[in-house]
Design a protein around this ligand. Sequence first.
Ligand code: HGY
Ligand code: MN
Ligand code: MN
Length: 433
Amino acid sequence: MLEPTPSVEIRGLMAELETLASISEAAAPSKITAPHKVTASSEIIAPVVTRVVFSNADLRARAYVKDLCQAAGLSIREDAVGNTFCRWAGSEPGLPAVATGSHIDAIPNAGAYDGTVGVLGGLEAIRALQRVGFQPRRSIELVIFTAEEPTRFGIGCLGSRMMGGVLSPEQALALRDRDGRGLEELRTAAGFTGNLKTVALASGHFHGFVELHIEQGPLLEREGLDLGIVTHIAAPASMRIAVEGEGGHAGAMLMPDRHDALAAAAELILALEAAAKTTGVIDTVATVGVCEVFPGAVNSVPSRVLLETDIRDTDASRRDGVLASLRVAAEEIASRRGVRIGFKLINADPPATCDTGILQAVQSATEQSGYTSKRMVSRAYHDSLFVARFAPVAMIFIPCRGGVSHRPDEYASPEWIAAGVDVLARTLAVLAS
Ligand code: HGY
Ligand code: MN
Ligand code: MN
């Protein structure tokens, strides 16, 4: 039993989360009508958070969090792509550190808790241990990962992928955003100028890594549980698909003569949905989250469509089966409709299995605190998926209201957050002792 009990100051943490949420590219209205509901009564008070990596908001948010870390006496190191390591030196600083952390970048029109609970909650776990005089033997590092979200470059977990050696400097330098700007231009403008080769970390760099995160699903709240102990992280794959048809006048071009790229894309989207629904297990999911239509004029037959797909499963081969079915469907649609369909695989990552030792530490900390919990799979991916390439990892989930995430009405209560921080603090203390 860790004595004395970590003292979590949840009011201060909630205020910091609120301040961080106000640092956004989105106009933060005081009141918005929840985009998913249309009734007048569905007005909610929520910040609309947009914080894309290397944007002005991202840099302001980084500065805010670093100030809080410095105030807690942590030393700060930033790597060549902006992964930020805030270190509480242990009595044996030469030993591999224990780490926690997550991300503060946010997709457009998002909420206040995705990622930030793991960063500010991780900092609060450290402060909760400091307040009771705990002295770690191993240093404890809070990590803020660069670009967990795929918004800017179309690939998720850029920073942790490079840390894990999954994305090479050459591959990273080839990435471009929608305006054609590359990593080199954006990272140097943000002040990160180190050698990209130094981002990758050696196996065993961390003694253990524990990430605190909202579940981004409904199970914990629905089952009235305090915490989730994550055993596996689903395997994500994303692809860009270009559908090339033939444009023309929406009035004069007769239907038999058309090769409508958007109509073909629509069939492809439905084929993807059918492939995901027919694997026989609930763990297979697929979405087309981006659809760009050219020329995008109401009276012009679409000549070109760009789709971005997100396909996941806890089993990589089942996921790859969905990718294969999509390609077969595309061939049939292309020949029947006289269009060309090209695929570009962005990533197809294996799932991660969390470390039994770290899981046990989380389990014991949960039981010591008296919280209820269940072991579960993470269907969202997280930086832990790539930290697992070079260190033993586990994740702690807290409930989020209605399972809602990646929306302004994403919400985690102070009670839920405090429970997660308390168990994280106890887990870190055990791993760092
Ligand atoms: O998409 C994900 O799973 C994560 O929230 N970026
Ligand atoms: Mn997210
Ligand atoms: Mn996240």
